[in-house]
Design a protein around this ligand. Structure first.
Ligand code: NAP
Ligand code: ZN
Ligand code: ZN
Length: 359
């Protein structure tokens, strides 16, 4: 076992604070990664607050991990010490079921092992995420960070990026597609950049008129303020896909009115009961209401390579880990442009200071 340090919450009511724990010894198919950066996802906040009633405490979040390989198990051939690597939301799955065989490990019939708030498939130990100094992960679930991708800004691609990329690919967005992205936060701003990068015409649907200028700078062609009813009415039946990243329960009907015939409203944000939908909104135009969860390992690598080739990167604000609770408060107020990334040097300084104090 190796000693590790991170930031964890001990209950839904307590802030994140320094937490000492152990990472497993390397198995033959494991990769050890020194974590350099970790993005801050709204799911981290949902999880530590127990919004989904399934949190295992201590809760140590973080699933947008970028770092450097420090050791590899005896069977690992894909990575060597010194490689830049990345880890997203899942760290294992059965690799035998139909979704796994199709490269959709996130939909594993036996459930994937989540990077945090999960249980290791082999020894049942709790999984702890990337708000920590290092991590040990099965090689098949480690991504290669392409050369030329800034490691700090790339971190949010591992969740915000892949969660928006997967539905854009699933519903074949490309030149000629008209895509609306609802909610301009961590996920939403990546949805805009990626849809625009794929050649679509992109509109942002936002509750924040102050974000209009940013939306256009991110690559959106138009902005609709969702409270502006006449503008929403005018946009009726004009989109092929609505990518809905809103993090709380909401009425999807005003958004479904915006879909063309065969249009798809895909929910990636709210994971909770939603107000009911009048089926006429689906039936009359053969529309679909769909959902999507993160993405598979191969498509995450495809996304990283696409972003490297097209020079697409998240907009980030770097924080020290000691500021994480304040960052959560700001995220709750939608006050983040557009993803916080923790510089893990701040955690390592804390560790050195602790060591000096006890010496
Ligand atoms: P975020 O950075 O906080 O962004 C959410 C955005 O939604 C806000 O910036 C805001 O944009 C809009 N919004 C916030 N509250 C709203 C409300 N009450 N009504 C309407 N719009 C509201 O969050 P995120 O990290 O992008 O995550 C978004 C959601 O996706 C979270 O619930 C997260 O748990 C979930 N998620 C799901 C997956 C998956 O696999 N499906 C993966 C990652 C995250 P405007 O100011 O533009 O309105
Ligand atoms: Zn996430
Ligand atoms: Zn499986």
């Amino acid at each position: 076992m190796s000693r590790a340090i991170g930031y964890a919450a001990q209950s839904a009511e307590t802030p994140l604070a320094t937490f000492h724990f152990e990472r497993r010894d390397l198995r033959p198919d494991d990769v050890a990664i020194d974590i350099l950066y970790c993005g801050v996802c709204h799911s981290d906040l949902h999880q530590v607050r127990n919004d989904w009633n399934n949190t295992i405490y201590p809760s140590l979040p973080g699933h947008e991990i970028v770092g450097c390989v420090t050791a590899v198990g005896s069977d690992v051939t894909k990575f060597k010490v010194g490689d830049m690597a990345a880890v997203g939301c899942i760290v294992d799955s059965c690799m035998k079921c139909e979704p796994c065989c199709e490269g959709q490990e996130q939909y594993c019939s036996h459930l994937p092992t989540m990077t945090y708030n999960g249980k290791d498939r082999r020894d049942d130990s709790p999984t702890y995420g990337g708000y920590s100094d290092h991590v040990v992960v099965r090689d098949l679930f480690v991504l290669k960070l392409p050369d030329g991708l800034d490691p700090e800004r790339a971190a949010p691609l591992l969740c915000a990026g892949i969660t928006t990329w997967s539905p854009l690919r699933r519903w074949r967005v490309g030149p000629g597609s008209r895509v609306a992205v609802a909610g301009l936060g961590g996920l939403g701003h990546m949805g805009v950049k990626l849809a625009a990068g794929l050649g679509a015409e992109v509109t942002v649907l936002t509750t924040s008129p102050s974000k209009e200028k940013d939306a256009l700078a991110l690559g959106a062609h138009k902005v609709l303020i969702t409270k502006d009813r006449p503008a929403m009415k005018q946009a009726a039946r004009s989109f092929d896909l609505v990518l809905d990243t809103i993090p709380v329960a909401h009425d999807v009907q005003p958004y479904m009115h915006l879909l063309k015939v065969h249009g798809v409203h895909v929910i990636v944000g709210a994971i909770e009961p939603l107000p009911s939908v009048h089926s006429m909104l689906l039936v009359a135009w053969q529309r679909s209401l769909a959902g999507s969860m993160i993405g598979g390992i191969a498509e995450t690598q495809e996304l990283l390579d696409f972003c490297a080739a097209k020079n697409i990167l998240p907009e980030t604000e770097t924080i020290a880990i000691q500021d994480i609770n304040h960052a959560f408060e700001r995220m709750e107020r939608s006050d983040v442009k557009y993803r916080f990334v923790i510089d893990m040097a701040s955690l390592k300084q804390e560790l050195s200071a602790e060591a000096a104090a006890t010496a």
